[in-house]
Design a protein around this ligand. Structure first.
Ligand SMILES: *Cc1c(COP(=O)(O)O)cnc(C)c1O
Length: 430
């Protein structure tokens, strides 16, 4: 594939990457960015387009892996950040915007009475798990195979996404003694979940899952699965954590919980919630949340927690989403892309499939998976080939079969048509 690639289109990026690998492990700040043989370096981005340092422009479906539901450089968000910068950017004291943003979030999610602001989605899930353990006084946690909840010890077991892409689903450096308390169940498998909870009766603090899996390709819940998950966790006094770092404000304003009509005990938010700046949020029922320090004895703290810039960008984004019902238009554009891709697949002789929900879609090179072990059968090497062919045609899909494509309000019908055509051409040449 490297031989086929006309690398001269990316001379500046290639040169930068050669420099980077001696200064940063793998040349990057986060593994998924280390595309083989080299990633493109971005110069700037606007709306649905991202431009690299060689002047190539792409229609962007990576969208920074999820935060940018309003597209790059959205004016309302930009104005909010600029307004905030004018007043200084960090104080180490509470600010009024924390209260306003907390009110906004609790008005949107009926399962959330209180929130704690943090800096990343990883920090939010780490804190939610600690909170669930502190609240229940139990050590064990259950996660779903292939779900990704960030890069911390308790959840780096069959962790999907970047870890799977790079062949290291279980990270080194994590004591076996620690992860013995992390139990795994396959997604879409109620029996397996019942069994694990039965076997570990009164020992499991919490079940954490992505209600829609977005880090092992895109995997949707089967009919009734989430409602059944809610029922079983309730029966076993297990705290149910929905990790809505991707799905929050994405599937609908109220995330997967509104979309599927299922309420979690704790919810983690991030990505869109920061409008493109770093954020993580833990939210949930008052009786659980009040166990967080300083109200309670489960510790969490951070110099940058609730920082004014992230809150400004996040608040402006969520407020925009609340005041402008963007979801029907996003869903119909995404459906148009999905149907277009399905037609192209049917016209090709490639074994492939496509799935979409709200403003997320995924092209599978193989059979549409219903859990992680099925997702592992997808042809990830062919996907990278497809990724480069699409780049040559001006379309940027996230560089892994285990990621999901995101559509923003900045994407147009014309973008969709160009994308469908490009995918058709690339599938024929695979
Ligand atoms: C991205 C992601 C995280 C981690 O968020 P960071 O801000 O990257 O730490 C956690 N959970 C899910 C479902 C995610 O997609």
């Amino acid at each position: 594939m490297q031989e086929e690639l006309n690398q001269s289109r990316w001379n500046n990026s290639r040169r930068l990457y050669e420099e980077a690998v001696s200064l940063m492990p793998g040349g990057v700040s986060s593994p998924v960015r280390a595309i083989k043989p080299f990633p493109f370096y971005t110069s700037h981005a606007r709306g649905s387009k991202i431009v690299d340092v060689d002047g190539n422009e792409y229609i962007d479906y990576c969208m920074a892996y999820g935060p940018l539901i309003l597209g790059h450089g959205n004016d309302a968000v930009k104005k909010a950040i600029e307004g905030s910068i004018e007043k200084g950017w960090i104080y180490g004291t509470p600010i009024e915007l924390e209260i306003e943003f907390a009110r906004l979030i609790t008005s949107i999610f009926s399962s959330i009475n209180m929130v704690r602001f943090a800096n990343t989605g990883s920090e939010a899930t780490m804190t939610a798990l600690r909170l669930a353990r502190g609240f229940t006084g139990r050590d064990k946690i259950v996660k779903v195979e292939g779900s990704f909840h960030g890069a911390h010890d308790a959840v780096l077991v069959k962790a999907g996404s970047g870890a799977t892409t790079h062949g290291i689903p279980n990270s080194a450096g994590i004591p076996a003694d620690f992860v013995k308390n992390t139990l795994q169940v396959p997604y879409n498998d109620i029996e397996a979940l019942s069994e694990v909870l039965e076997k570990n009766r009164e020992e499991v603090a919490t079940l954490i899952l992505e209600p829609v899996m977005g880090n092992s390709s895109l995997i949707l819940p089967e009919e009734g699965y989430l409602k059944e998950v809610r029922k079983i966790t309730e029966e076993n006094d297990v705290v149910l954590i929905f990790d809505e770092v991707i799905t929050g404000f994405r599937l609908s304003l109220g995330g997967a919980q509104e979309y599927y009509g299922v309420e979690a005990d704790l919810t983690t938010l991030g990505k869109i919630a920061g409008g493109g700046l770093p954020i993580g949020i833990v939210g949930g029922k008052r009786e659980i949340m009040e166990n967080l320090a300083p109200a309670g004895s489960v510790y969490h703290a951070g110099t940058f927690s609730g920082n004014p810039l992230s809150l400004s960008a996040g608040y402006a984004t969520v407020k925009f989403l609340k005041e402008n019902n963007v979801y029907p238009a996003l869903a119909s554009l995404t459906e148009a892309i999905g149907r277009g891709l399905a037609d192209q697949i049917a016209d090709s002789n490639i074994k492939a499939d496509v799935e979409w929900i709200a403003s997320m879609f995924c092209l599978y090179l193989g059979d549409k998976p219903s859990n992680y072990s099925e997702a592992l059968k997808l042809d990830k090497d062919a996907f990278i080939k497809l990724f480069w062919k699409l780049l040559e045609r001006g379309v940027f899909f996230p560089p892994s079969q285990y990621e999901t494509c995101f559509v923003s309000t900045a994407h147009t019908q014309e973008d969709a048509e160009k994308t469908i055509e490009a995918v058709g051409e690339c599938l024929k040449g695979l």
